[in-house]
Write a protein that binds this ligand. Structure first.
Ligand SMILES: Cc1cc2nc3c(=O)[nH]c(=O)nc-3n(C[C@H](O)[C@H](O)[C@H](O)COP(=O)(O)O)c2cc1C
Length: 203
């Protein structure tokens, strides 16, 4: 398990290929993703699976909406969202749905959705799949979200695209621990210095 975690990385969407997860594998993956810390047991997130023919049907509706919103769109881009959704065998849309009436802070609820998203990528990886977590226009636009059935009180946390990795892509540099880790000591309690404030600039 540790070796898996040490090797885990995203695969670019163009490298995600068939065969996607079977229904049984997908259920298992989603069950694992749902095992996350959840303050107040509110389940402040849900999953929307876009697979099979639904990818094209949703993609065509997104393309029509995008064309209405972008009058100058060149014809060559007319099917870009269909192509986008058709790339990966399965896409899971992670939806954050914090309960505003709960005494649990909204931030805690939102973080639980992020944890579920990461849980999904780790579960997929453990099952031999690869993922890429993207948040593009369909995840940000309210009208596009409505096509997915995402309501005004909800927010899309990501499109997690799932498939088999066509190739193992090169890993990216990972943060050096000494840049992101500090052991707290009493003299630091009055400092507002962050680990990277004193040195290199971050992107
Ligand atoms: C919420 C969220 C949204 C993201 N959206 C995009 C995106 O739209 N485009 C992109 O190139 N990468 C995006 N990424 C980054 C990729 O998912 C991923 O971090 C990157 O490919 C390297 O991932 P790895 O560290 O798992 O290898 C997003 C990441 C997160 C957490």
């Amino acid at each position: 398990m540790l070796a898996r975690l040490e090797e885990r990385r995203s695969s670019p969407l163009r490298c995600l290929v068939e065969p996607g997860p079977t229904d049984t594998e997908l259920s298992r993956m989603l069950s694992l993703a749902a095992r996350v810390p959840d303050h107040g047991r509110l389940t402040p997130w849900r999953f929307i699976v876009v697979a099979g023919d639904a990818r094209r049907e949703l993609g065509e509706r997104l393309d029509a909406l995008y064309a209405r919103q972008n009058a100058e769109l060149p014809a060559s881009k007319g099917d870009m969202w269909t192509l986008y959704l058709m790339r990966a065998p399965v896409t899971v849309v992670l939806v954050s749905r914090p309960d505003p009436a709960s005494k649990v802070p909204e931030w805690n609820q939102v973080l639980s959705c992020g944890a579920a998203s990461m849980g999904l990528t780790v579960a997929a990886s453990a099952m031999g799949f690869a993922t890429q977590w993207l948040l593009k226009w369909p995840g940000r636009d309210p009208d596009a979200a409505a096509l997915l059935g995402v309501g005004a009180t909800e927010r899309i946390a990501g499109f997690i695209h799932v498939g088999r990795p066509a190739m193992i892509v090169e890993d990216r540099p990972r943060p050096a621990l000494d840049e992101v880790v500090r052991f707290w000591s009493p003299d630091q309690s009055i400092s507002n210095e962050t680990p990277w404030a004193s040195g290199s600039e971050r992107e």
